[in-house]
Design a protein around this ligand. Structure first.
Ligand code: SAJ
Length: 421
C-alpha cells in the first residue's frame, strides 16, 4: 500500500514515521519548501522524530517528500494532518484543509482511495469539506472513495505515549469507509476505537480538550475564591486528590497556553454561534482562563504594596515564558499577556527561560537573565510563570527579594517572601 501524509508537522511527521516503520511507502506533502528540503537532507525538525529515522527512510526510497501533489495519483490512501488555526476573531481557518482536499481531488486517479482527516476542527467539517466536495465532482463517497475522520492525539515530548500505543478514534462516512480506515490504521496502531459517525469522532476530540480547559477554569475560579478567603488552594487540591475514585486533579496557573487547550473549545463556541446553540459554560471557562494574567498582575501589585512599592518602575523578573513546564513552545503562552499588562503599568520587566536566550516582544528585544545571585537581588519581585526543571529553586528562593509563585513550584521551600497564587 502507498500512503500519503499531507502536512508534515508535529502530527504528520510522527504519523508518516509510524507508517514507514511498518514498511509502507509514504509520500509526504507539505507546502513548506524548507520542511521538504530539510527532510530530503535527512533532518527532522520535530521533537519526537529522529533525523536518523528520516535519513534511513529517505535514503532507502521508502519516504518521498515534496511540495506537489502529483504523487497522489499513485496512492491508495492519504491522511490530512494540516493546521486548523483560529483567526484573530477566533473563527476557524480551514483554508489548509480546503487547499489539501482540492489538490487531492485534482490528482486523484486510481480507486479505491481512502481519505482520512486528522486535523482538529468543528463537527461537520469532514462532511462539508470532503464528502460534499466529492459529490460536486461526481465522485461518490462510500463507494470507491472512502472518507473518515480520526482525531490526532500526539503529545509532543510524551515518552510513554506514541502514535502506536495511543488508542485512535475512527469515524467513517459509511460502514465501508470505517472498514477501509480501520483496516489501514490497525496496521500501525494497537487500539482502534470505532464510532458511528464522522461527527462523533470530531466531537470526541473537542470533548477531550475542552474537558481540560473547563476543569482548569474551575480550579482557577476556586483560586480566586481562596485568595479572598485566605485558603491555600494548593493544599485543597492536594487533599481532594486523595479521593481514589471520581476525581482527577487540575492546577491553577497564570492562564492556559499551547496550540490545543486554548483553541479547541473555540471550535465549539464558533459552531454555537453559527448553528445557534448555547455554550455559555464553555465560554465562561474560556473567560476565566483568559482572566488569569490580570489576576497575577493584581496579586503582584498587592505584594509590592506590602513592601511599600508601586508597580510603576518596579523591577519584575518573569521566570519561564513558554506555555508549559520543560517545553520550548511559546504559542499562546500567558507569560506574554502578563508582560504586556506589567508594561502597561510601567513596570521594568525582564525574563529568564532556559529555552529562549532572546525574545522579541512588542517591538522590544529582551535577553534571558542569568539567574545568578547578584542578578536575582536586583529585582523587586520574581514571578514563577513556567516551572522548568532547569531552574535552581533553592538559589532563586535564597536570593530573590520576593517571589509570586503561580505554579506552586516552591512547594516545601518555606520562606516568608514567597507568595502563592
Ligand atoms: N494547565 C493548567 N493547569 C492544569 C493543566 C494545564 O494551568 O492543571 C495549563 C498549562 O500550563 C498549559 C495549558 O494549560 O498552559 C495546556 O496544558 P496541557 O497540559 O493541556 O498541555 P497541552 O496543551 O500540551 O495539551 C496536550 C493535549 N494533547 C492533545 O491534544 C493530543 C491534551 O489533550 C493532553 O491531555 C495534554 O497535551 C497532556 O496531557 O500532556
Amino acid at each position: 500500500l502507498k500512503i500519503g501524509v499531507i502536512g508534515l508537522g508535529y502530527v504528520g511527521l510522527p504519523l508518516a514515521l509510524a507508517f514507514l516503520k511498518k514498511g509502507f511507502k509514504v509520500y509526504g506533502i507539505d507546502i513548506s519548501e524548507v520542511k521538504v528540503e530539510m527532510l530530503n537532507d535527512g533532518i527532522s525538525y520535530v521533537q519526537d522524530v529522529s533525523s536518523d529515522d528520516i535519513k534511513k527512510y529517505i535514503s532507502n526510497g521508502q519516504f518521498k517528500v515534496s511540495t506537489n501533489y502529483s504523487a497522489i495519483s499513485k496512492l491508495d490512501a492519504v491522511s490530512i494532518t494540516v493546521p486548523t488555526p483560529l483567526s484573530k476573531s477566533k473563527n476557524p481557518d480551514l483554508s489548509y484543509i480546503k487547499h489539501a482536499v482540492e489538490n487531492i481531488l485534482k490528482n486523484l486517479k486510481q480507486k479505491p482511495f481512502l481519505i482520512v482527516l486528522e486535523s482538529t476542527t468543528y463537527p461537520g467539517t469532514t462532511r462539508e469539506f470532503i464528502v460534499e466536495e466529492l459529490t460536486k465532482k461526481g465522485m461518490k463517497a462510500g463507494e470507491e472513495i472512502f472518507v473518515a475522520f480520526s482525531p490526532e492525539r500526539v503529545d509532543p515530548g510524551n515518552k510513554h505515549y506514541s502514535i502506536e500505543n495511543t488508542p485512535k478514534i475512527l469515524g467513517g462516512y459509511s460502514e465501508n469507509c470505517l472498514k477501509a480506515a480501520s483496516t489501514l490504521y490497525q496496521k500501525i496502531i494497537e487500539k482502534i476505537v470505532k464510532v458511528d459517525t464522522l461527527e462523533e469522532a470530531e466531537m470526541a476530540k473537542l470533548l477531550e480538550n475542552t474537558f481540560r480547559a473547563v476543569n482548569i477554569a474551575l480550579v482557577n475560579e476556586l483560586t480566586l475564591m481562596c485568595d479572598r478567603m485566605g485558603i491555600n488552594i494548593w493544599n485543597v487540591i492536594k487533599a481532594a486528590s486523595t479521593k481514589p475514585y471520581g476525581f482527577m486533579p487540575f492546577y491553577p496557573g497564570p492562564g492556559i497556553g499551547g496550540h490545543c487547550i486554548p483553541l479547541d473549545p473555540e471550535y465549539l463556541l464558533w459552531k454555537g454561534k453559527t448553528v445557534g446553540f448555547y455554550n455559555r459554560f464553555i465560554e465562561l471557562a474560556a473567560d476565566i482562563n483568559a482572566n488569569m494574567p490580570r489576576f497575577v498582575v493584581e496579586k503582584t501589585i498587592r505584594i509590592l504594596n506590602n513592601f511599600g512599592k508601586p508597580l510603576n518602575r518596579a523591577k519584575i523578573l518573569i521566570l519561564g515564558v513558554t506555555y508549559k513546564k520543560d517545553v520550548s513552545d511559546l504559542r499562546e503562552s500567558p507569560a506574554f499577556d502578563i508582560i504586556k499588562l506589567l508594561n502597561s503599568y510601567n513596570a521594568i520587566v525582564n525574563y529568564s527561560d532556559p529555552f529562549h536566550s532572546k525574545l522579541y516582544f512588542e517591538g522590544e528585544m529582551y535577553s534571558s537573565v542569568e539567574l545568578k545571585p547578584e542578578n536575582l537581588e536586583l529585582f523587586d519581585l520574581a514571578i514563577m510563570i513556567t516551572n522548568h526543571s532547569a531552574f535552581n529553586l533553592k538559589e532563586i528562593a535564597e536570593n530573590s527579594k520576593a517571589i509570586l509563585d503561580t505554579r506552586n513550584a516552591f512547594d516545601g521551600i518555606n520562606k516568608e517572601n514567597i507568595f502563592k497564587l
